[in-house]
Design a protein around this ligand. Sequence first.
Ligand code: FES
Ligand code: FES
Length: 161
Amino acid sequence: MSKTTPITFTLNGGQQTVDVPPMKRLLDVLREDLHLTGTKEGCGEGECGACAVLFNGELVNSCLIPALQSNGARLCTIEGVSTDGRLHPIQQCFLEKGGAQCGICTPGMILATHQLLDKYPNPSMAQIQEGLGGNLCRCTGYMRIFESVQEAAALNPLAAK
Ligand code: FES
Ligand code: FES
């Protein structure tokens, strides 16, 4: 029987405590223990960004992080981006501009956009490409995704909370 350790963190604005085995990945704690399945597993090796979450405001790949490291942290997953059942403006733009292409990459793309617009409310195309550089699309292409980010920035430079 593996030993577990209780950890506490802020998750999508609420306090959360969970018992975790020492090396359990944050990705698995989110999906299996907390049933937040919006965070996806793609490569499992830190290469694709499908598992991206905001960790103290910074975009990280949760497949690379032992959940123990989250003790005391402030986490935001895709489930925490909308408010009161209303889509965040970034999500709305991804829907309307066709940037929401598949369920695997989209959550990470939206969280990467969230962080990008926090840092650069009016990003250049180069900044958009760099900001989303850790998030891979293996199928449809990036143009609609980049257009969605441009739309979100144009709609409201302060869209990202
Ligand atoms: S699943 Fe974590 S980076 Fe690909
Ligand atoms: S991997 Fe999601 S649209 Fe390409």
